[in-house]
Design a protein around this ligand. Structure first.
Ligand code: TYD
Ligand code: MG
Length: 454
């Protein structure tokens, strides 16, 4: 095979014949590294090799294995995957170091209802894996540990062991003899992933890959692999908080608008089946600046507490700081408040916090943010029986949001008698049984009056 030298972006895998400071594809700086690669021959670069005697066949006669799903042993992970692990699929679990990827994969390896799981660890010794498994307090008979980083050896071991699930921790530690560059480089990561994909597709054994993400982009990121694998799960969270959010970013066998929450404990990750109760757990209802949003992340309703602190700006430029919420969105909402509700924008510092360290992408949080800011600004506590679920538009209009019925129902389930939402809710968005819990509001001015006027 002919070897050549190219420069590859370690973030997205784009290639260039010369070094570039900024990647034109993903916009990252300083990510190009020189790598020796084999001249691409046909059928490589992540494509499934078609066997020589493959023949076209009518779709109706193709055997479907969709009904069979492997129980991962974790209810929440199954739900996220759309029912379980699909045989022959390749999954990528991405996340920053220390977030709990190894812990989660080992928990799956130990609790999945399978005969044999092969856990390949390139990062930790078998002894370290054992110590971790003991912490997780589960039986270890069905789980085999292999300390190996050479792809060809792993594949040979797989032929012998014939596992029902292969876990690889992590893809960045693997290397293949077919490629010259060092482990963790784009060409190694691609080559190894392609080799494992071929194994998964030909043997029907699902492969769970762990991939590190680092912000500097000095190691080949999971971005390089996203188009190769069937499922991408992203583990995120704040390392200072116990809560972890697992999102499905890509899923060929289910929806991507799903999320599961976990709590890191002394004996591993615990599934949180009821996020609202947890996120509202430490709430003190009598304080000003606190509002509860009936949010939806993906398809799941959850109540989150929005905390705002508004104070007089001590220096010339007012400060705006947020955690878990887009600061530009906050600035926009504050500008709306200035125009519509007499909020003195230029003289106030505003701090905003979504409690629990979770980041939720949902425009339906807007109204709760506005309510929390007004509540802190006027130093008036909001009524503890009201949750908020609406988007706020540029002219101060309160807009409807998706899944209003679920939001109101979740609020009611957790003891909120009312959920404030757009007055122009879609016809039929609120069923009869929830009508009494719906409090319509059309404009932010009304909200300001309501906050002050009680
Ligand atoms: P780890 O799974 O090693 O993270 P990753 O593989 O993503 O780098 O675990 C991360 C942290 O979790 C580590 O700092 C120790 C902690 N931890 C617990 O708190 N409880 C446990 O039971 C385990 C196994 C780990
Ligand atoms: Mg790890």
């Amino acid at each position: 095979m002919k070897q050549t030298t190219v420069y590859l972006c370690q973030n997205c895998g784009a290639s260039s014949p010369k070094w570039l400071g900024k990647c034109p594809q993903c916009g990252q700086w300083n990510t190009y590294v020189e790598e020796r690669v084999a001249k691409p021959t046909k059928g490589r670069a992540g494509l499934v090799e078609v066997s020589r005697n493959a023949v076209p066949q009518p779709l109706s006669q193709v055997q479907s294995s969709n009904e069979r799903r492997i129980d991962s042993g974790l209810e929440e992970v199954n739900r996220l995957l759309g029912g379980g692990i699909v045989p022959g699929s390749m999954l990528l679990l991405g996340g920053e170091p220390g977030i709990g990827k190894s812990t989660l994969s080992l928990q799956i390896a130990l609790s999945a209802t399978l005969d044999r799981v092969l856990y390949v660890s390139g990062e930790e010794s078998a002894n370290q894996v054992k110590i971790r498994a003991d912490r997780l307090a589960a039986s270890t008979d069905r789980c085999l540990v292999l300390n190996e980083t050479l792809l060809e050896n792993i594949l040979t071991q797989c032929q012998g062991v014939n596992p029902s699930l292969l876990v690889v921790d992590s893809i960045q530690t693997l290397y293949s003899e077919a490629v010259e560059s060092s482990a963790g480089s784009v060409s190694q990561v691609r080559e190894c992933a392609a080799g494992l994909l071929r194994y998964a597709k030909t043997s029907g054994v699902p492969v769970l890959l762990i991939g590190h993400i680092n912000k500097e982009g000095t190691i080949a990121g999971p971005k390089v692999l996203e188009h190769i694998v069937d499922v991408v799960l992203q583990f995120e969270g704040d390392s200072t908080h116990m809560y972890r959010v697992l999102r499905s970013v890509k899923n060929r066998f289910g929806s991507t608008s799903e999320l599961a929450m976990f709590e890191m404990q002394g004996d591993g990750l615990r599934q949180i089946t009821n996020p609202s109760e947890l996120l509202l757990g430490e709430r003190d209802a009598g304080l000003s600046g606190v509002a509860v949003a009936a949010a939806v992340d993906g398809a799941r309703p959850m109540l989150v507490e929005v905390q705002a602190l508004v104070s007089s700006a001590a220096y010339g430029t007012p400060q705006r700081s947020t955690t878990g919420f887009d600061v530009r969105r906050l600035n926009m909402l504050l500008a709306v408040l200035e125009k519509r509700a007499g909020f003195k924008l230029a003289t106030k510092d505003v701090f905003l916090n979504i409690a629990g360290g979770v980041r939720i992408v949902d425009p339906g949080i807007d109204l709760a943010v506005v309510a929390a800011v007004l509540s802190s600004n006027f130093d008036v506590a909001l009524p503890p029986d009201t949750a908020f679920a609406a988007e706020v538009g540029l002219s101060g209009e309160v807009r409807g949001v998706a899944r209003l019925e679920q939001r109101i129902a979740e609020g009611q389930r957790l003891g909120f008698a009312h959920t404030m939402a757009a007055a122009h809710a879609r016809e039929g968005a609120i069923p009869q049984r929830l009508k009494a819990h719906y409090r319509p509001i059309a404009r932010v001015e009304e909200l300001a009056k309501w906050v002050l006027g009680r």
